[in-house]
Each structure stands twice: as structure tokens, then as C-alpha cells.
Design a protein around this ligand. Structure first.
Ligand SMILES: NC(=O)c1ccc[n+]([C@@H]2O[C@H](COP(=O)([O-])OP(=O)(O)OC[C@H]3O[C@@H](n4cnc5c(N)ncnc54)[C@H](O)[C@@H]3O)[C@@H](O)[C@H]2O)c1
Length: 425
């Protein structure tokens, strides 16, 4: 199939790079977002997302005249839905944005069009939720228009490269739909394109993230067991990973971000009686911030009145993303225990984080602190000098949830160092 005009709904971390990449590969692209601020920013030459290379790509796409930004979708040969799919308080998927996008496309749909859902979704969303809304147009999916689910696997920080180089799974509601979507994505994808059906493709995406979550959960459980038995989980994992068929991941303060901590719930929701291990893994990882605070309490006693310098708020090392971050949750739990928390997040120095006092520089977070809590393994924390910290702080206590501090130099400066996954001693 030949495509000339594309309409991308949702201009976030996924939709904006996707729309811009298609535009720089010759398609006429209408990028649509319901958030007026996003539309305003992009129309005025700004970019609302931090991602290496994205600003240059978006500007190139806009300058070429191939990318236009609108608040309403327009007729096109193909439509891509890349809107958010968070969960609600009760951990059930919130598909309102996907449904709104499908409803907005329906009146514009013409015979021979292709519609692609990219948003991570529970199994059967494409055939059970999106197809019926599009079919309100009077057209039949798979017969009059093509419909496919194409999951996104990019790594934040490397989105532009991975968008092009990663293998793509394309699931059609029928073979013709999968082939139509392949024709679209082969305009820029250099990885292998693998065709399947829509529900398999939905499962693939959820299985990938669930697999990571379950593996992190077992590492976290090993950490708790190691603490009980007075063993260093870090050493034990290193030794276990010398087995040729074992690859245990790193434990940590919890799992955050908007993918791995969210997507497994879509499988639990779809079949709770079958997804018991998946639910337990989620609960273990969600319980990790509480475990960290309890470890601190056991090691250092009641924390009421303590001043804590929290190093890092992002959900993982060397990213600026704070969504679902366990580090933020730990700060709130420490506050609840009566501690005063001053956080330093090198990737968000200008940011306001609800209820958390932020230091603009690391030294001001450390000044007068009783406890240094390393919550994220940002590269730049590795160069923190124990003697500098010792001089700045009131008490010499350190809690390391990511195995970033080298015990010996810190202990030499008189610090009591407590690490997640090691006995309190
Ligand atoms: N960010 C990632 O690394 C990543 C990776 C894989 C999959 N995903 C999935 O991709 C989807 C999009 O994620 P994201 O990170 O780009 O989200 P995002 O929050 O960065 O952006 C989504 C955008 O969609 C807009 N939007 C909401 N409803 C809309 C509608 N009806 N019409 C048009 N625009 C609408 C929002 O205003 C927002 O700007 C989600 O399902 C997510 O789980 C994301």
C-alpha cells in the first residue's frame, strides 16, 4: 500500500518522535494533541519532552512543511493512536484516551484507510474496544479499513535510534491489516518487521514488561532474604550470575516509570485468577519503598526529627522521568515517619515536586543532614566524596538502596553505612 497522509493522535514521548520521523521520511503528517499547551509549544518552535535529538528532529519535520500540529484530527490515509493508557486508583486500565481517539477518527474514516493502535493496552483492546468504535463509521474492520496493533518498545533516552532500529511486532485484525501496517512502518523501520494478529501483539508487549517486573521482584525478594541471613545480596548475585544460565537483575528501592509498574496490571485485570505470580511480583515491587523505610528505621532507630538528604527522585538512573517513582514515595514515607527530607535531583533542578523540598545543588541537600539516602544510581552521585559529606552533615549515617557507595571509604570517614540487600551488622 502507498501512504501519503498520516494523522498521529497523541504527541507525547511516543507520538511526537513517530510523527516527526514519518514526516522526515516524506509523509504529510498531521500531529494532533488534545492538550492546548502541547499544541501551542510545538507550533511556536518548542518541544515539551526531554529526549536526546528530538528538538532537532521536530524542527526539521516542521521546517520541511511535512509536519503540521493541530488540536483536531484530519482525514488521512492512515491514523496512529499514541495516547496514554494509565491505570486508575484501583489498578484497572484507563482506556478513556484510546476510546476518545477512536471516536474522533470514526467520522473521518474512509474505505482503504489504516488505523494503528500503539498505546500499551490490555489483551483484546484492539478487537473488542477500538474496532467497534471505528465501525460506528459504517465501515467494517479488516474488510473496508485495515486495523492493527503495533506496540512500541523504545527505551527513553534512546527513542530516536530505537524507533528505527528495533524489531517491530505488527498485529493485524487480519492478514491484510498486518500487511498494510507493515507497508507503513517499513518507510523507516530498519529492524525486522514481524507480522502476527492484534491480540498476540498486545500480549507480546505486556509479556515483555511483565517479564522485567517479575525478574526485578525476585531480585528484591533475594535482597530481603539476604538481609535476614546477614549476606550481601550484591555479592551473592554476582556469584550466582557466574552460572552460565542465570542472570539475576539488580534489586532496588522499587519499580517506577509508567510502563513496567503499570502494564503487568493489565494482565492481572484481564484474568486475575491466572495472573497470580504477576500480581505477587507487582505487590513485592510496590512494597519495596516501605521495606526501605523499615530498613532505615531498624538500622538507625526512629527517624522523627531527622533531616534526610535524599539523592535522586527519578524512577531510574540517568533519566529525568519522575512518573511512579519509588524514590518520591520513599521521601513521602520518611516525612510520614517524622523526618525532614531535602532532595536533590540533578535532572530536575528547576522542578517543583509536590510536598518535597528540593535543593538546587548537592551540597545544600547535605548541609546539616543526619542521614544520606541514595535512592537513584545516577552516575554523577558516584563521585560524591565521603569526606565532603562528613564535613557537611550533622550525623554520619548513610542508607544506600542501589549499591552505589563503596563501604570502605565511607566507613573510614566514620559513616554507619546501611545497604539494601545487606545485613544491618
Ligand atoms: N514513553 C515510553 O517510553 C513508552 C514506551 C512504550 C509504550 N508506551 C505507551 O505509549 C502510549 C503513549 O505513551 P507516551 O509516553 O507517549 O504518553 P505521553 O503522556 O507522553 O503523551 C500522550 C499524549 O497524548 C495526548 N492525548 C491524550 N488523549 C488524546 C486524544 N484523545 N487525542 C489526541 N491526543 C491525546 C496527551 O495530551 C499527551 O500529550 C502509552 O500507552 C504508553 O504506555 C510508552
Amino acid at each position: 500500500m502507498v501512504f501519503r497522509k498520516l494523522c498521529v493522535l497523541g504527541l507525547g514521548y511516543i507520538g511526537l518522535p513517530t510523527a516527526s520521523t514519518f514526516a522526515t521520511h516524506g509523509l504529510q503528517v498531521v500531529g494532533v494533541d488534545v492538550n492546548p499547551e502541547v499544541v501551542h509549544t510545538l507550533r511556536n518552535g518548542g518541544v515539551h519532552i526531554q529526549e536526546p535529538g528530538l528538538r532537532t528532529l521536530v524542527q526539521a519535520a516542521l521546517r520541511s512543511g511535512n509536519l503540521t500540529i493541530q488540536s483536531q484530527p484530519a482525514e488521512a490515509d492512515a491514523f496512529i493512536i499514541a495516547v496514554p493508557t494509565p491505570f486508575r486508583e484501583n489498578k484497572l486500565a484507563d482506556l478513556r484516551a484510546v476510546e476518545a481517539a477512536a471516536q474522533a477518527i470514526a467520522p473521518l474514516l474512509r474505505k482503504g484507510n489504516l488505523v494503528v493502535l500503539e498505546s500499551t493496552s490490555p489483551p483484546l483492546t484492539t478487537v473488542g474496544r477500538v474496532a467497534p468504535l471505528l465501525e460506528r463509521s459504517g465501515l467494517r474492520s479488516g474488510e473496508d479499513f485495515y486495523l492493527a496493533y503495533v506496540p512500541e518498545r523504545v527505551l527513553p533516552g534512546a527513542i530516536l535510534r530505537e524507533l528505527i532500529e528495533n524489531d517491530r511486532v505488527i498485529g493485524g485484525v487480519n492478514r491484510a491489516s498486518a500487511e498494510a501496517a507493515r507497508d507503513l512502518y517499513s518507510l523507516f523501520v530498519r529492524g525486522e518487521i514481524l507480522l502476527t494478529d492484534a491480540t498476540t501483539a498486545e500480549m507480546v508487549k505486556l509479556m515483555e514488561n511483565t517479564y522485567r517486573d517479575v525478574n526485578i521482584a525476585i531480585a528484591n525478594e533475594f535482597a530481603r532474604l539476604a538481609e535476614r541471613f546477614g549476606v550481601s545480596v550484591w555479592e551473592a548475585i554476582e556469584l550466582a550470575n557466574r552460572h552460565p544460565r542465570v542472570n539475576i537483575l539488580r534489586p532496588g528501592p522499587g519499580v517506577g516509570g509508567h510502563c513496567i509498574s503499570v502494564d503487568p496490571w493489565f494482565l492481572v485485570e484481564a484474568a486475575p485468577e491466572l495472573a497470580r505470580l504477576i500480581r505477587t511480583a507487582r505487590e513485592v515491587n510496590d512494597g519495596q519503598p516501605h521495606h526501605v523505610v523499615e530498613l532505615a528505621r531498624l538500622a538507625f532507630g526512629e527517624l522523627a526529627g531527622w533531616r534526610v538528604a535524599a539523592l535522586g527522585l527519578a524512577y531510574k538512573a540517568d533519566v529525568d522521568d519522575l512518573r511512579e517513582s519509588p524514590a518520591i514515595q520513599i521521601c513521602h514515607l520518611l516525612q510520614k515517619a517524622g523526618a525532614e527530607v531535602i532532595a536533590f535531583e540533578p535532572y530536575r533542578q528547576e522542578e517543583q515536586v509536590e510536598g518535597i523540598r528540593l535543593a538546587r545543588e548537592l551540597p545544600s541537600a547535605l548541609q546539616g543532614a543526619d542521614l544520606l539516602a541514595v535512592l537513584v544510581a545516577h552516575r554523577r552521585f558516584r563521585s560524591l566524596s565521603p569526606s565532603f559529606a562528613a564535613q557537611a552533615m550533622r550525623r554520619r549515617c548513610a542508607l544506600d538502596t542501589v549499591n552505589l557507595l563503596q563501604r570502605a571509604p565511607w566507613e573510614k570517614e566514620g559513616f554507619k553505612v546501611v545497604k539494601l540487600g545487606e545485613g544491618i551488622g
